[in-house]
Write a protein that binds this ligand. Structure first.
Ligand code: R1X
Length: 239
C-alpha cells in the first residue's frame, strides 16, 4: 500500500524528484502548459499538482498558497511523496532601486520573520538554500536578458499592515533585497528533511508601498514571471 498524502492528495511515488512550487494554483497550470504530457494529479484546497516532462526530464509542478503554515503542509507532503529538489518561483516586493518591478531576485537565504519555522526548529537555525541548486538558478538567470541579483529575501507573515510597522527599512539597511511570504519555510523544511531547495522571485512592486495599491497584474511583471519559470525549469533539469 502506497502512502497517501492527505492534504496534497497524491500517493508517495507519484511525483517526480524534481519539483517547481509556486503560490498560485493558476500559475501552476501556466507552468504545466510548458511541459510535454502534462497531467493534473490533484487539486485540493490551494494545492494543485501536475506531472509533466521538460526537455526529456520528468518534473512536478505544485502550488502552495499564500503564507508559511499552508505552504509548509505542501512542502512536507511533497517531500514525503518523493521530492528531492524543489525550486520556488514566486513574486516579491523589492527593497532596492536597482531591482525595479520586472526584475528578479535569486534568493540564497531567507529571513525568518514568520511564525511557523519557530515551531519547527530552534531560533538560531538559518534559512538557506542549497548552494549548488541556487547556483544553477543563478547561472541560468545570467543567460536571460533580464535584470537580477542574488541575495537575501525577507519572509514575513503580514501582507496588509495593521497597527504596528514591519521593519522593512531595517532589513533593507541590513542588506536584504526584498520581501515575500513563504521561502523561509521551504528552506528550513528542506534542510531539516535533507532535500535541496532554491528560490527565484519576480519583483512586482516595492515592499514599502501601500499594499492597498498592490497590482502585480502588469505586463512587465508577467514577463518577469515567464522568465523565472523558464530559468527554474532549466536549472531543475541542468545535471
Ligand atoms: O509570497 C507572497 C505571497 O504568496 C508573494 O505574493 C503573495 C501575496 O500576494
Amino acid at each position: 500500500e502506497k502512502v497517501f498524502l492527505p492534504n496534497i492528495k497524491v500517493h508517495a511515488g507519484e511525483i517526480s524528484s524534481k519539483v517547481i512550487v509556486c503560490g498560485d494554483p493558476g500559475r501552476a497550470k501556466q507552468i504545466a502548459e510548458l511541459l510535454d504530457d502534462a497531467q493534473e494529479l490533484s487539486f485540493a484546497r490551494e494545492y494543485r499538482i501536475f506531472n509533466g516532462v521538460y526537455h526529456g526530464t520528468n518534473v512536478t509542478i505544485a502550488s502552495h498558497g499564500v503564507g508559511c503554515p499552508g505552504a509548509a503542509v505542501c512542502f512536507e507532503e511533497l517531500i514525503k511523496a518523493g521530492a528531492k529538489e524543489i525550486i520556488r518561483v514566486g513574486t516579491a516586493g523589492s527593497y532596492v532601486e536597482e531591482l525595479p518591478p520586472g526584475s528578479l531576485i535569486v534568493a540564497d537565504s531567507a529571513v525568518r520573520e514568520d511564525g511557523l519555522t519557530y515551531q519547527l526548529v530552534p531560533r538560531g537555525m538559518p534559512a538557506v538554500g542549497d548552494l549548488s541548486l541556487v547556483q544553477k538558478v543563478e547561472k541560468n538567470a545570467a543567460t536571460k536578458d533580464i535584470r537580477f541579483k542574488r541575495g537575501t529575501i525577507v519572509t514575513l507573515d503580514v501582507f496588509y499592515s495593521g497597527a504596528v510597522t514591519f521593519p522593512h527599512m531595517e532589513y533593507k539597511a541590513a542588506g536584504a533585497l526584498g520581501a515575500e511570504m513563504e521561502l523561509a519555510s521551504l528552506y528550513i523544511i528542506a534542510r531539516m528533511r535533507g532535500v535541496a531547495a532554491a528560490g527565484i522571485f519576480a519583483l512586482d512592486g516595492y515592499a514599502f508601498a501601500d499594499m492597498n495599491d498592490y497590482n502585480p497584474h502588469t505586463e512587465v511583471v508577467g514577463k518577469a514571471v515567464e522568465a523565472e519559470i523558464t530559468i527554474a525549469l532549466e536549472a531543475l533539469c541542468d545535471d
